[in-house]
Design a protein around this ligand. Structure first.
Ligand code: SF4
Length: 214
């Protein structure tokens, strides 16, 4: 299996979603089937910007320091066949999460411990066509404003039993403006239909800013 890896970094702290705060390795696969204007990992959009690695080489790199959580991300990791990598990681005792935008649904999604679906505005058809999401899935919706909040609300209405995190987006440029954060926190606080949904800032961005490799 040919895997193209843009970067491997860690152990760092998971800054988003249900596993927020845990020490975690990140393996970022090269290539994405979308081109979002506000993408904060544009350097991983092309498969040209990656190194060819085998499952064995990836696992060996994650074994240099003790940290038994790994997040497979991108780009879109769903472009690749990762079943054997996940088997190998499980055999070594890793807890494996995957972060993907939900445009592609390979069979190996069923094998991961935590399937984090982070749909992008305007590209939610593949998710919305599903009757239900698998039991290992969680939704992580990056929301910058009221339009994004309404989209998150629609998704929660469609999949009420799938855990959801609203992840307040951080602008690519400029200082962090907490006004929008507050308004989103207040929207959720007063929204009875969204009871059970969690809202979080991007913890790693608050701590390290928009730096690569953390
Ligand atoms: S789906 Fe994610 S990785 Fe791909 S272009 Fe959009 S924000 Fe970037």
């Amino acid at each position: 299996v040919v895997l193209k890896v843009n970067e491997i970094f860690g152990p760092t702290i998971q800054g988003e979603g249900n596993d927020i705060g845990f020490r975690t390795w990140f393996v970022r696969f090269a290539g994405c089937d979308l081109r979002c204007g506000w993408c904060d990992t544009k350097y991983a959009q092309s498969t040209d910007d990656g190194n060819v690695m085998t499952d064995h080489e990836i696992v060996a790199q994650l074994n240099v320091r003790k940290c038994r959580r790994v997040c497979l991300t991108g780009g879109n990791p769903a472009l690749y066949e990762l079943g054997s990598l996940i088997t190998r990681l499980h055999m070594r005792g890793f807890k494996v999460s995957v972060e993907t935008q939900g445009t592609l649904w390979p069979k190996w999604f069923g094998a991961v411990d935590s399937l984090v679906i982070s749909p992008k505005l305007g590209h939610t058809q593949a998710i919305e066509s599903k009757e239900m999401l698998p039991p290992n899935a969680q939704l992580k919706v990056v929301v910058f404003n009221a339009v994004g909040y309404a989209q998150a609300r629609d998704l929660h209405r469609k999949f009420p039993s799938t855990p959801m995190t609203i992840q307040t987006g951080t602008p690519l440029e400029g200082n962090l403006d907490l006004t929008e954060y507050r308004s989103l926190f207040e929207s959720l606080a007063s929204d009875e239909e969204m009871d059970g949904v969690r809202i979080l800032p991007q913890l790693h961005v608050l701590v390290w800013g928009k730096r690569r490799g953390v």
